[in-house]
Design a protein around this ligand. Sequence first.
Ligand SMILES: [Cu+2]
Length: 138
Amino acid sequence: MTPAAVGGTLRAMKFAVVALALCAVVACKKAESTKKNTAAPVTAGTVAPDGTRAIPVAVKKVGYEPDAITAKPGEKLKLVFTRIEDTECGAQVKVDGGKAVDLPMNQPVEISVTAPASGKLTFVCGMDMMQGAIIVGS
Ligand SMILES: [Cu+2]
């Protein structure tokens, strides 16, 4: 191969790498854009004898499912987060501005919280990117 041919091959390889990287970015955007907002009604989950309602929340690459949980004013809730997809973003969760709690893969982590009298209370990932909320009223 002549030096010019080698240079051309290198350029072609560089182009292929850039094209691949672009594809990855586009694929990522696509996954985000297909995220559907999921809502859990006030009847979701299971209620313990003491009235605390446990609600499972799946942590996925696209976000929390459900990402909107309807609750009664002052209702005692137990959010059971399970990170089921290997996303760094979802590796921690902060509920109601509290401290970041680690979410190991496929291990349910329970966080107790009391719904506000009105309005909403949010839960976010460790970087404040993924968001979900407990909503009182409609
Ligand atoms: Cu994040």
